[in-house]
Design a binder for this molecule. Structure first.
Ligand SMILES: Nc1nc2c(c(=O)[nH]1)N[C@H]1C(S)=C(S)[C@@H](COP(=O)(O)OP(=O)(O)OC[C@H]3O[C@@H](n4cnc5c(=O)[nH]c(N)nc54)[C@H](O)[C@@H]3O)O[C@H]1N2
Ligand SMILES: Nc1nc2c(c(=O)[nH]1)N[C@H]1C(S)=C(S)[C@@H](COP(=O)(O)OP(=O)(O)OC[C@H]3O[C@@H](n4cnc5c(=O)[nH]c(N)nc54)[C@H](O)[C@@H]3O)O[C@H]1N2
Ligand SMILES: [Mo]
Length: 710
């Protein structure tokens, strides 16, 4: 890095985004102005470079469209007509409306909807939980992402960080499974490249020939939602060919005989019919994976986005134990290492404030709840949305829009920008951006504790989420100590600083250094399950899960800390292949022959930066990638505008013909703001409300549509 200009002050920070990289920032400040944000060259993951989304992050703070003051709606919903009010007026209005709703319907008529616009401990996923639990509101389960994978991972290996991404340099065989790392985990990719340079083979399992697939040694194109069958087919071959590590299995696993019986039902020929992968490729993959040690699996979130996604993650996460990959440094699997951080969720989320019997609504069902489809009693009369842009990101968005249009619904949105969701708000509260706030960033892709220190003051009346909830609590008359604690007092209690992983790490040291590695073994020596030590009830890798006795549960973190297990549908103790509903044989193939995927955009972070000119140029307009054969059958040429539709909704985009997608399949990127597209709609107008079989997650990959030339 070049030396900073004279008069420049450097402040250490951390990227706020919902991304496995959580980069270490250097804020460059001149005369109280943020002039640049660069990546810390000393951080082992960031290595000095930021991604296309964040490399003009300083300018993002000065985007003229930022919301600076609270606003009150003065026209019809979504008309965009607002008047500027003071923060105190906004708080008074919220109190007046909520008090009325509570008097008439009780506090459960209010629901919080928060996701990961910001990933801080103070300002992130759990930032509203304590407040809304204290209020007695309906509990919102936060199931946009990873809730299915994490439930599955915890059922199989327990809450363990598993393989460290930095240890991948020691791997000899790496499967990137349902992840487009070069777009979504860019700073993890160099470790794979280093392994590749040392001779490792890199395999990508993805329906699409992505940038990552193109950079790999072998791309295996799989039909969406069939990963469970592929894992069972691999197990079938591994067992039939005598490639099981029987010593490891005997000592450190549970339920091998049951798993073996299940795998016997999935010979490669059958799996080929389900997945579309040639049987010989399944055999080759299984043999190479089992015999090339250390072998590693980098699991992407996409595996969960299908009706059987939860069991698919259980099966994929069972593979390393079967072949003894965990024995080695660089062997095993990565879901997310977040489980190594000693959070004190009881303090963060205050589940002790939840009143017995409080109802739970999955945030992904907020549209159905608001539009009356769920028949809730009392109905939802108010929603508070922060850190999230559900009109763009929630599946089956048209149902949500119908709900948000209700004149009797009181909607508060805390935002940085006038997003498509904020347009439905009655009151908008302006939020501060990362260089303006203090936080300890939560990370889910590496093992460093990251402190973000404020470099500049927030503009106008913008405040961090943590301060917004302090003000709301005082307005609502809550007098608990919690609401008077400083940021540092809160952080001191939100982590167990005396846990072994935190030895030697303090807030004081973090203020000086910016980031520190957890004490969980160094990348070149870490093999956390070489001798079992799984964090399951049995201490073993559970091919047959003890936790299945709890039914279909949601990990408490995603549930405002609420731990009462929801037994709902039973869960098979031994994972199985559960076929997709729409993409599979039962889908409406005649009317909707195309299966549509909506992976992450390269230049946006979910819907963030989709309003930034530079990132918009880089991402281009909303496109629909169609296979040439399907295009020819519909008279679609490259560069035509097309309409993509099903019974749930429609959107338009620019057709791009490519065999990067399989025949019968199409792809469009998530993240475009509906209001910034030509049709005023985006991919989630077509996705369904269905859930994955575990953890309440979504099924965005199980979506059938038709495409027509405009
Ligand atoms: N640039 C960028 N980076 C991001 C984000 C972003 O929006 N933009 N978002 C962040 C977030 S919130 C997350 S969760 C991560 C997610 O990062 P990834 O895990 O990479 O997630 P996706 O883009 O959803 O999907 C990855 C790949 O899975 C494939 N896929 C879809 N369905 C299936 C399936 O059924 N089976 C298999 N095997 N593959 C399938 C898709 O084609 C896609 O290429 O990325 C984070 N990083
Ligand atoms: N079809 C389809 N849909 C998907 C997915 C898919 O693969 N396909 N992926 C899903 C996944 S993995 C995820 S994680 C979700 C993401 O869903 P969201 O978390 O809702 O996604 P974002 O677009 O990042 O929206 C976050 C919003 O928070 C705001 N924000 C940022 N920082 C702050 C802050 O400090 N305070 C406040 N008050 N607001 C802030 C941003 O401006 C932004 O509008 O989307 C899901 N939706
Ligand atoms: Mo996500």
């Amino acid at each position: 890095m070049a030396a900073p200009a004279i008069g420049t002050r450097i402040v250490r920070g951390a990227c706020p985004q919902d991304c496995p990289d959580t980069c270490a920032f250097l804020y460059h400040v001149q005369d109280s102005k943020l002039v640049a944000v660069t990546g810390d060259p000393d951080h082992p993951m960031t290595r000095g470079g930021l991604c296309v989304k964040l490399n003009n992050y300083a300018e993002h703070h000065y985007n003229p469209d930022r919301l600076m003051h609270p606003l009150r709606r003065v026209g019809p919903k979504a008309s965009g007509r607002y008047e500027k009010i003071t923060y105190d007026e906004a708080l008074a209005e919220i109190k007046r409306r909520w008090t009325g709703i509570i008097d008439q319907y009780g506090p459960q008529a209010i629901m919080n909807h928060c996701y990961l616009g910001n990933q801080g401990t103070l300002n992130g996923l759990t930032s509203g939980d304590a407040f809304f639990n204290r209020l007695g509101a309906t509990i919102g389960e936060k199931c946009y992402c990873e809730s299915g994978s994490s439930t599955a991972w915890i059922m199989t290996v327990g809450p363990t960080g598993g393989l460290d991404v930095e240890s991948l340099t020691h791997s000899k065989y790496i499967i990137v499974w349902g992840m487009n790392m070069i777009s979504t985990n860019l700073h993890g990719w160099p470790f794979i490249l280093e392994a590749k340079e040392k001779g490792a083979k890199v395999v990508v399992i993805d329906p699409i020939r992505t940038r990552t697939a193109k950079a790999a040694d072998w791309h295996i194109a799989i039909r969406p939602g069939t990963d469970g069958a592929l894992a069972l087919g691999m197990m079938n071959v591994i067992i039939a060919d005598g490639l099981v590590d029987h010593d490891y299995v005997a000592k450190y696993t549970l339920g091998y005989e049951e798993l073996k019986a299940r795998a016997a039902e999935f010979p490669p020929e059958r799996v080929a019919g389900i997945t579309g992968i040639p049987a010989d490729d399944i055999r080759k993959l299984a043999r190479e994976y089992a015999t090339t040690q250390p072998s590693a699996i980098r699991e992407g979130v996409a595996i969960e986005r299908s009706p059987g996604g939860g069991d698919a993650v259980r099966l994929v996460s069972s593979l390393p134990a079967l072949v003894g990959a965990w024995r080695h440094v660089g062997g095993g699997a990565i879901e997310m290492p977040i489980w190594e951080f000693p959070f004190n969720f009881d303090f963060m989320q205050r589940p002790d404030w939840i009143r017995p019997g409080t109802r739970v609504v999955n945030e992904l069902d907020m549209g159905r709840a608001l539009s009356g489809e769920m028949g809730l009693d009392p109905p939802l009369m108010s929603v508070f949305i922060h850190n999230s842009n559900p009109v763009s990101q929630q599946q089956n968005a048209n149902t949500l829009i119908r709900g948000l249009q209700r004149e009797d619904l009181f909607t508060v949105v805390s935002e940085l920008f006038m997003t498509d969701t904020a347009r439905y708000a009655d009151i908008i509260l302006p939020a501060s951006l990362q260089a303006e706030q203090y936080d300890l960033q939560v990370t889910w892709g590496h093992l460093y504790v990251m402190l973000n220190q404020p470099a500049i003051t927030p503009p106008g009346e913008c405040v961090p989420n943590v301060e917004m909830f302090r003000r709301l609590a005082k307005t609502m008359g809550f007098d608990d100590d919690y609401w008077s604690m400083s940021d540092d007092e809160l952080l001191t209690r939100m982590y167990d600083w005396s846990a072994p992983a935190m030895q030697g790490i303090t807030l004081e040291l973090l203020k000086e250094k910016g980031w520190m590695r957890l004490n969980v073994g160094l990348p070149h020596e870490r093999a956390p399950h070489a001798q079992g030590n799984f964090k399951t009830p049995s201490g073993k890798c559970e091919f047959k899960a003890s936790a299945a006795a709890n039914g279909n549960f949601v990990v408490p973190v995603w549930r405002n800390g609420y731990t009462e297990m929801q037994s709902g549908e039973p869960v098979d103790p031994v994972p199985n292949y559960i076929p997709p509903v729409e993409v599979g044989a039962n889908g409406d193939l005649a009317r909707y022959p195309i299966s549509l995927l909506s992976p992450k955009p390269h230049a946006f972070l979910n819907s963030q930066y989709a309003n930034e000119p530079k990132q918009r140029r880089r991402q281009g307009e909303q496109r629909v990638v169609v296979h040439p054969t399907d295009a020819a059958a519909r008279g679609i040429r490259d560069g035509d505008y097309v309409r993509v539709f099903n019974d749930r909704g429609a959107f338009e985009g620019l057709a791009e013909l490519s065999d990067d997608v399989m025949e019968g399949m199409a792809m469009t990127n998530l993240g475009h703001w509906p209001s910034l597209t030509r049709s005023g709609s985006a991919v989630n107008s077509t996705t369904s409300s269905r859930h994955c079989n575990l953890g309440g997650a979504g099924t965005q990959s199980d979506n059938r549509v038709e495409i027509a030339r405009l």
